[in-house]
Design a protein around this ligand. Structure first.
Ligand code: DAT
Ligand code: MG
Length: 195
């Protein structure tokens, strides 16, 4: 068993419903180690943000093909277009594998609709274990005892995110946390958790 890192995020519904302590404590009580923690409002309006693949695509075309007529996206368009709102680059990057899904714009709206709690957790087998603690994507299919099974009813409001692989764990922690926001520390309970 390897010591791994995973990115866990309490989504805006979890924060709004006052479930932060409840959700955090499940990972804490299991015996994983917190390496990063912050409340964060993912910005919606931020002029300079070229992470989203659609926007990057336009920019690429602009330079490669020399289109001189490309207009910047007008203000206020984010309400009516299927493009993700500006400034949600981190969320777009985070969910880049889902960009072609029909629910993608709604997912971005949801994640940027209020503050989220960003967390890094470390431990032996933490990635798969955290997914088990979280439960199935659709909360109605999630087993009782899991976070989604106990605390949510709909896929579009499933209260928490957990990385699906060790590589994505590192990638997502890198996306949501800046240099200096993570702590490497030794927990006194460690010898009582892992032999
Ligand atoms: P998970 O969050 O369990 O890893 P995922 O990575 O497949 O699930 O999808 C990421 C999020 O996207 C998920 O938590 C909620 C949303 N989502 C996934 N499938 C959906 C669907 N069919 N309809 C609406 N939202 C969906
Ligand atoms: Mg996922």
């Amino acid at each position: 068993e390897e010591v791994e890192q995973t990115y866990i995020m309490i989504k805006p519904d979890g924060v709004q419903r006052g479930l932060v302590g409840e959700i955090l404590s499940r990972f804490e009580k299991k015996g994983f180690k917190l390496t990063g923690l912050k409340l964060f409002q993912c910005p919606k309006e931020l002029a300079e943000d070229l992470h989203c693949s659609l926007v990057s695509c336009y920019v690429f075309l602009f330079f490669v093909l020399g289109f001189a007529t490309l207009e910047p996206r007008p203000e206020g368009l984010s309400e009516t277009t299927s493009l993700p709102p500006r400034g949600s680059g981190k969320v777009c990057e985070h969910y880049k594998d889902l960009q072609s899904k029909p629910f993608f714009p709604k997912l971005i709206d949801y994640i940027t609709s209020g503050p989220v709690v960003c967390m890094g957790w470390e431990g032996v087998g933490v990635v798969a274990s955290a997914r088990k603690l979280i439960g199935a994507t659709n909360p109605l299919n999630a087993e009782p005892g899991t976070i989604r099974g106990d605390l949510a009813v709909q896929t579009g409001r499933n209260v928490v995110h957990g990385s699906d692989s060790p590589d994505n764990g590192k990638r997502e922690i890198g996306l949501w946390f800046k240099e200096g926001e993570l702590c490497a520390w030794t927990a006194v309970q460690e010898p009582w958790l892992v032999e």
